[in-house]
Ligand binder design. Structure first.
Ligand SMILES: *Cc1c(COP(=O)(O)O)cnc(C)c1O
Length: 370
């Protein structure tokens, strides 16, 4: 079976984990700090703090900025629901903006519209762009809008470790960046994530929200506020250090495979292909099927041929469970189309060009016989 993705775990990760197990120091400690320094060097961020998941990273980011009841946060309509869950669980209201049909990322023009037309009681405090599938959101325009309206910028860079825009690592443009190390992402620690920021006051708050609301003065713990535990274990950080060392090579391999998909599928009228840009990590390769095609049929035909495909991400306003929480605009035709017709294809650096050839050829056959 060609899996959509598979974690790239070698003996190095296994040995690194075994070393931590033998050391007896399992919770966040020396390995966690080593992983954080490595992340800081790799991303060029001022500070990095590892946490238990990408969702925890988003939640901690919003809490650290003081976002809660009475506030609103602008989010894209097309994303993994964790982005919006973090806003809602903090007590704030998500304002949904549609995305660009080619990059799948939030459309800055619609951010402006959402701000201008907002009639709710809640005060808009932040914009939370998602670098969907590792593709950079239009950060320069988003930062302009944010500074005009005095908004915080939190980047959901869950998919974007290793991705850059104009040479700058994603997650380092705004006030806070959030990464995920779920096995579906480019770097995995099983579960895990990281928060990055260049603002030392924010980093102090991030540390508190990660660790029971604690601060330390001369080694003495003081509980500053009620907060939860979102630490990453050193068992996981040991994996992260090894994985980070392999990521640049992985991205090179993936971009070669992505261009192969583009070459083979580019002329097919029944598909539209994702945007390519230098610096993206190709975490996911999602095509969009023509409206005439029934996606479940395509997915099941491909599965019969040993190829796993799936939807890419969700349209938030099309999910009934979010209905009570979403105020303002709920017209997001592009997000809807990506949700219903998007098809994520298998892509991992562990595949070769001949695997991509086989998958693409099969996909073309299935499309044209559907
Ligand atoms: C994966 C993902 C998350 C959640 O990360 P977890 O580590 O699974 O909690 C959040 N946002 C986006 C865009 C994601 O792709």
């Amino acid at each position: 079976m060609y899996k959509l993705s598979k974690p790239n775990i070698c003996e190095d990760e296994i040995n690194a984990v075994a070393d931590v197990l033998r050391s007896g120091n399992l919770v966040y400690g020396a390995k966690g700090r080593e992983f954080e320094s490595a992340l800081e060097r790799f991303t060029g961020s001022g500070s990095s703090r590892v946490v238990s998941s990408g969702t925890a990273a988003l939640y901690i980011a919003l809490k650290s900025l003081g976002i809660g009841e009475g506030d609103a946060v602008i989010v894209p309509g097309f994303t993994f629901p964790a982005t919006v869950n973090a806003v809602i669980v903090c007590g704030a209201v998500p304002i949904i903006c549609d995305v660009d049909p080619l990059t799948y990322c939030i459309d800055p023009v619609l951010i402006r519209q959402a701000i201008d037309s907002w009639q709710g009681q809640e005060k808009i405090k932040a914009v939370l762009p998602v670098h969907e599938f590792g593709y950079p959101a239009d950060m320069l325009k988003i930062l302009d809008i944010a500074s005009e309206h005095n908004l915080f910028v939190v980047e959901d860079a869950a998919c974007a470790i290793g991705s850059t825009l104009n040479g700058q690592h994603l997650g380092t443009f705004g006030d806070i960046g959030c990464f995920s190390f779920h096995p579906r992402k480019m770097l995995t620690t099983g579960e895990g994530g990281a928060v990055v920021s260049g603002n030392t006051d924010l980093v102090a708050k991030i540390e508190e929200f990660r660790n029971h609301g604690m601060t330390f003065q001369s080694g003495i713990a003081s509980f500053e506020r009620p907060a939860l535990n979102f630490r990453l274990s050193d068992i996981q950080s040991a994996m992260g250090v090894v994985q980070l060392g392999k990521i640049s090579q992985a991205i090179k391999s993936r971009s070669k495979l992505a261009s192969r998909y583009n070459d083979l599928l580019g002329d097919e009228a029944l598909l539209s292909l994702p945007s390519s840009i230098d610096g993206q990590n190709w975490q996911t390769f999602m095509v969009v099927l023509d409206d005439s095609l029934d996606r479940p049929t395509i997915i099941s035909h491909l599965r019969e041929s040993g190829i796993e495909t799936n939807l890419g991400a969700q349209s938030i306003v099309r999910m009934p469970s979010f209905e009570p929480y979403v105020l303002g605009n709920t017209e997001t035709p592009i997000s809807d189309r990506l949700y219903f017709q998007g098809l994520a294809l298998p892509l991992t650096e562990q595949y070769g060009v001949q695997d991509i050839d086989l998958i693409a050829t099969k996909l073309l056959t299935v499309l044209n016989s559907a």
